[in-house]
Design a protein around this ligand. Structure first.
Ligand SMILES: Nc1nc2c(c(=O)[nH]1)N[C@H]1C(S)=C(S)[C@@H](COP(=O)(O)OP(=O)(O)OC[C@H]3O[C@@H](n4cnc5c(=O)[nH]c(N)nc54)[C@H](O)[C@@H]3O)O[C@H]1N2
Ligand SMILES: Nc1nc2c(c(=O)[nH]1)N[C@H]1C(S)=C(S)[C@@H](COP(=O)(O)OP(=O)(O)OC[C@H]3O[C@@H](n4cnc5c(=O)[nH]c(N)nc54)[C@H](O)[C@@H]3O)O[C@H]1N2
Ligand code: SF4
Ligand SMILES: [Mo]
Length: 744
């Protein structure tokens, strides 16, 4: 007889971290999830959850779930023991490390951010090896924010967030929270929060080339030409300085550089920005006046700006606007949260290292090099050439720019190790694939952002116990990276003490699994973290199954107190930003000259999560595809009809896929969702039967293609040509187009 049990936990797929009620049953294979419901009593999500969260067990319980370590022999994968996997990988690491520690590298994907211990142990392993070659998905989605925060506030993780619960004016630029929830901010149920702003008399604007789901839920849609946000922001600041009563005393006390930014924005009138953004000058003036008059206002941007051509400059100017208008550090404006520990102060010394990359000479942002130089780092000869790569909780082959070149580069590695829950596209090229536990198979605390930084609309803390038994021999990443460090003859973080203590804890209290491996005692480590920060024990926190409230942000405790620049003041005009801004006039001219160019933007759907949720019929069926969304007027001009095949070409690649007409787009813009192109995945039986294409074949990689300050790749606003397809679709091809035609 199955014994049903209901347990409270939280979802760890996206940053909403929705509270869940999970009913489990015991089966011959161990405890399994039978049903997931939203937790109505959860302090923050209050009964909200999305389809992905509620059906995630279908992904985890798939027959494709990795159960045991795999080794590739020729073209086939064979199951091996953990002991063999650790031993062989360790031997290869020792050999490569003897050539150069920098010949080893790591790419950390999004899934790593949803556990506390995973990123810490993964980084600890790399630091133990002593390599500077560390990559992460941050240069696909947010490194511009880290770079700007470092310059302005003195620390990459000093991140401002809009006080969504109290603001009277929210301007959302290049984000679609209704579909994607939020990023760098935990607000479950975005629709409710957006409507509440309007209900309390506030205003919402959504600046986006597409009339998005968010724009339909609340506020006014302001269409913008892709890649031109920086000009919108410059004119916004100019108009604000020209019309608002600026509190100069507050600025002088807590910030520096106002005159420099004022001089910078002087040429950028609302009329001038209108020539490229397509936002009429009157609309911009009206937005500024609403923002200025509101009792608490916030500008917020996300990936639509971050991944664009001027993401670093745009985000910088946004931060300056929020700061000089008096909205920074006040309720209803933008706040800088506090986590359970003073992470910025503790980590400042470690996260502001000054590594420079071999290819392109990029300074690491937050210890991370641009992902878009990875292929070049592998292919450029030299002692420090990358020969070994660990990929953890990510799928760079699908999600990174220059997918075509990256595939070739990954095939040249001497050692590729992927730690994942599936044999995904990247893993299909690996020498070793290591099976990780899913979130439900691990105890945890919420994602590093709320925990360390307090980026939460409603601050709370929550713990979750293990909900189900690990599948097969899957291990948590803390154990995997501790064992790999041991097998490679290195210590976590290069610290014998750290390695020794972890090994001791593992031996003394770690549960021994059937595979013979002892687990790192995760709950104990999490408990130590809680105790060290005076938050009680893990067990005590588990007694608050819907979360335990933390102090509400007050505002007024950041400026003059927690700014980590040398003089403790916000640097409004960092020299690196002013230098980058020298290119603006030329960029403006080039915008004027490319008004007729078709630009490709991103689009997310509720049922997909980057590259990894297409492997169940609840999310994608055989033959399912992404579409190229085209405005009806453009379609007529291009000779394309709904459902017809189109060839999309950029400077770097080409794909063939069906068209869907979408009047919500701004003419001159086409949209193409990422995360597809699974045909060559070895271990995703459902996803591999879909026929979508990898849009990142169209995005350029290489040192010339990335933002020089942040290392961000440009994954939106890509100039493309679109034509009726020159032939049929070849679903067996990874570009969705016959190989010879796909070469641009
Ligand atoms: N063109 C275009 N490209 C984009 C984007 C875009 O908008 N347009 N978006 C970008 C963004 S925002 C991001 S963040 C990146 C994402 O880039 P990645 O992080 O490289 O990609 P994901 O698809 O999120 O990969 C997550 C992987 O983690 C695995 N996984 C899930 N749970 C676990 C777990 O508990 N442990 C382990 N070890 N693995 C797990 C999944 O199976 C999957 O393979 O892609 C970017 N790429
Ligand atoms: N369902 C779902 N949820 C997700 C994810 C997912 O894949 N699926 N991914 C998660 C991840 S890793 C992240 S980082 C977050 C991202 O969350 P968001 O940053 O909100 O990402 P998107 O929903 O893609 O919204 C980006 C918006 O930018 C617009 N845009 C594109 N180019 C431009 C431009 O040049 N200028 C302006 N102003 N707008 C532009 C697009 O039309 C789109 O509406 O979502 C997370 N949540
Ligand atoms: S919105 Fe969906 S995917 Fe995101 S945390 Fe909530 S249930 Fe999970
Ligand atoms: Mo992301």
């Amino acid at each position: 007889m199955p014994v049903p049990t209901t347990q409270h936990t939280f979802c760890r797929i996206c940053e909403s971290l929705c509270g869940l009620e999970v009913r489990t049953e015991s089966t011959p294979d161990g405890r399994r999830v039978a049903e997931i419901r939203p937790d109505p009593a959860h302090l923050a999500s209050r009964g909200f959850a999305c389809v992905k969260g509620l059906k995630q067990m279908r992904l985890y319980d798939s027959p494709d779930r990795l159960q045991r370590p795999l080794k590739r022999e020729g073209d086939a994968f064979r199951e091996i023991s953990w002991a063999q996997a650790f031993r062989e990988i360790g031997e290869k690491v020792r050999r490569l490390r003897a050539i150069s520690p920098h010949s080893l590298s790591m790419y950390v994907g999004t899934a790593a951010g949803f556990g506390v211990l995973h990123p810490v142990f993964a980084k600890g392993f790399m630091d133990g090896i002593g390599t500077r070659n560390f990559f992460s998905s941050s240069t696909q989605d947010c490194a511009n924010k880290f770079a700007v925060s470092t310059e302005m506030y003195g620390f990459p993780f000093t991140l401002t967030y809009p006080d969504v619960a109290r603001t009277k004016c929210l301007i959302v630029v290049g984000a679609n929270p209704v579909v994607s929830k939020w990023s760098f901010l935990q607000v479950p149920n975005p629709s409710r929060h957006l409507r509440e702003i309007e209900a309390r008399g506030g205003r919402v604007f959504v600046v986006d080339p597409r009339r998005t789901e968010t724009a339909k839920v609340a506020g006014e849609h302001v269409p913008i030409r892709p890649n031109t946000d920086v000009f919108f922001y410059l004119a916004f600041l100019r108009e604000l300085l020209a019309t608002a009563e600026i509190d100069r005393e507050r600025i002088e006390r807590t910030m520096t550089g106002l005159d420099d930014v004022a001089a910078l924005v002087e040429p950028w009138t609302p009329e001038r920005q209108a020539e490229v953004t397509s936002i009429p000058a009157e609309t911009l003036r009206r937005m500024v006046s609403v923002y200025r008059e509101a009792d608490g206002a916030a500008l917020y941007c996300s990936t639509g700006v971050n991944m664009g051509a001027h993401g670093t400059l745009a985000f910088w100017v946004q931060e300056v606007i929020n700061a000089v208008s008096g909205n920074l550090d006040r309720r209803g404006g933008v706040l800088v949260g506090k986590g359970i520990l003073d992470f910025p102060r503790l980590a400042k010394g470690n996260l502001t290292q000054t590594h420079v990359s071999r290819v392109g000479g990029f300074s690491a942002v937050n210890d991370v090099f641009p992902g878009a130089i990875l292929a070049d780092e592998i292919r450029t000869q030299g002692q420090e050439r990358i020969r070994g790569l660990f990929v953890t909780g990510g799928n760079p082959l699908i999600t990174m720019a220059g997918a075509g070149r990256l595939r070739e580069a990954l095939s040249e590695l001497e050692l590729l190790v992927v730690t994942d829950i599936f044999l995904n596209e990247t893993a299909s090229l690996a020498h070793y694939v290591l099976p990780a536990t899913t979130p439900f198979e691990r105890p945890d605390l919420p994602f590093v952002f709320p925990l360390m930084l307090g980026l939460q609309a409603k601050p709370y803390l929550q713990a979750t116990d293990v909900v189900v038994d690990p599948a097969g021999e899957a291990l948590d990443e803390a154990t995997i990276y501790l064992e790999l460090a041991r097998a490679s003859g290195v210590s976590l973080f290069g610290s014998r003490a750290a390695q020794g203590v972890m090994r001791l804890l593992q031996r003394l209290v770690g549960v021994r699994r059937e595979s013979g491996v002892r687990e790192v005692p995760q709950k104990l480590l999490l408990s130590l973290l809680l105790r060290a920060t005076r938050n009680g024990s893990f067990a005590q926190l588990l007694e608050a199954p819907h979360g335990r409230l933390r102090p509400e942000p007050r505002g007024g405790d950041f400026l003059g107190e927690r700014v980590l620049t040398a003089d403790g003041r916000v640097r409004l005009a960092p020299p690196r930003m002013l230098e980058l801004a020298h290119g603006l006039e030329a960029a403006f001219e080039s915008e004027l000259g490319s008004a007729g160019e078709l630009r490709l933007i991103t689009r997310r759907h509720v049922k997909t999560h980057n590259s990894w949720t297409h492997n169940d019929e609840a999310f994608a069926r055989e033959g399912a595809t992404n579409h190229l969304y085209v405005h009806p007027d453009d379609a007529v001009r291009l000779g394309l009809g709904d459902g017809e095949l189109a060839d999309v070409r950029s400077k770097t690649g080409a794909v063939r896929l069906p068209v869907r007409l979408l009047a919500d787009l701004q003419p001159g813009t086409v949209a193409l969702p990422h995360g597809w192109g699974h045909q060559h995945a070895r271990g995703l039986s459902v996803a591999a039967s879909t026929s979508g294409v990898n849009v990142n074949l169209l995005a350029a990689d290489g040192p010339e293609a990335v933002d020089p300050v942040s290392g961000m790749a440009h994954l939106t606003g890509i100039p493309v040509e679109v034509k009726p397809a020159a032939g049929p679709r070849d679903a067996s091809n990874w570009a969705g187009m016959p190989e010879e035609e796909a070469r641009p």
